[in-house]
Design a protein around this ligand. Structure first.
Ligand SMILES: [Fe+2]
Length: 302
């Protein structure tokens, strides 16, 4: 394995802390959830959107963001195809730039995954090879993209994991890309859990690989507690995973170098048949804000 980060160190510029929020799927259920959250005294500092939801109507993101009080946002994205030799076309780039502008987007999270080629979308996030060649491709693409999206790009450890391919594990590759391209990391604890459907990750080894000072954002799931606790549903394993995610986040915050900008909860596909209740989301957001505030000045929206 060659030293891919031998290039002169560049300045890693993490934005000021923003706060807590959730991944907003563009569906009526989420509009209802947001309304109920506010009604029960909850609030968000930031929101996350899936870029693909606005692919056919970019301008709509402005309307949705207005309905949430115009918070800062982040886009969850794969359209920059950062692992691919094919590059996104001009039209896609223009669309994503416009989306970022309209959504008050602070930074974009791109998956360290393979989505297919410029011609064909694979329909899933394939695990990239952990080889030098593949890792260099990510670094070069990210460097070439600097300034293109209109806001910084960050990279996310992906969920679809098979056996290690090449010298790097998933997070070792994330580390080498983040340091080589000098970009922030979206550390998805949710994706560690989803990976169990494929091949279990050695979570300690993976977490140890992450340069904590590069973590800008954390994803973690938020399921409905009463369903996680319902013996009839048999979700004990999932309840344990939720506990793992929560306690891992608390542990990470004990590390002085771990100062993310935001914590985002994933409500959809969080392991329970129903979404978390608005009160649960309110409390989770408060908990995350408290953690974020432990060593940082958190600028929260009034
Ligand atoms: Fe993701």
């Amino acid at each position: 394995m060659t030293d891919l980060i031998e290039a002169p160190a560049r300045r890693h510029t993490k934005p000021d802390p923003i706060g807590a929020g959730f991944l907003y799927h563009c569906a009526p259920k989420f509009a209802d959830l947001y309304r109920a959250l506010v009604e029960c005294g909850g609030r968000i500092d930031m929101i996350e959107y899936l870029a693909t939801h606005f692919g056919s109507d970019v301008e709509y993101v402005a309307e949705v963001n207005r309905s949430l009080g115009d918070p800062p946002s982040t886009l969850h994205c794969y359209e920059y195809m950062i692992g691919c030799v094919d590059r996104p076309d001009e039209r896609t780039i223009r669309k994503l730039r416009r989306m970022a502008e309209l959504a008050n987007c602070q930074y974009i999270g791109e998956h360290v995954g393979m989505m297919g080629t410029g011609e064909r979308y694979s329909g899933t996030f394939l695990q990239p090879f952990g080889t030098d060649e593949q890792t260099e491709r990510f670094i070069d693409n990210l460097r070439d993209l600097e300034g293109v999206p209109g806001c910084p790009l960050t990279i996310e450890n992906q969920s679809q994991v098979y056996n290690q391919i090449g010298p790097r594990s998933i997070c070792e590759q994330v580390r080498d890309i983040a340091l080589g391209a000098d970009v922030g990391i979206l550390l998805s604890l949710s994706n560690f859990i989803i990976a169990e459907r494929f091949v279990s990750m050695d979570r300690e080894r993976e977490l140890a690989a992450i340069p904590l000072d590069h973590v800008w954002q954390v994803h973690l799931p938020l399921g409905r507690a009463e369903e996680l606790n319902d013996p009839g549903l048999g979700l004990d394993w999932r309840r344990e995973e939720q506990r793992w995610a929560n306690s891992t986040l608390e542990q990470l915050f004990r590390e002085p170098s771990f100062r993310p900008v935001s914590v985002i909860f994933e409500i959809e596909d969080a392991g329970t048949p129903s979404h978390a209740r608005p009160e649960e989301l309110r409390d989770a957001l408060d908990w995350a804000r408290e953690l974020l505030g432990a060593g940082t000045e958190v600028a929260v929206a009034s």
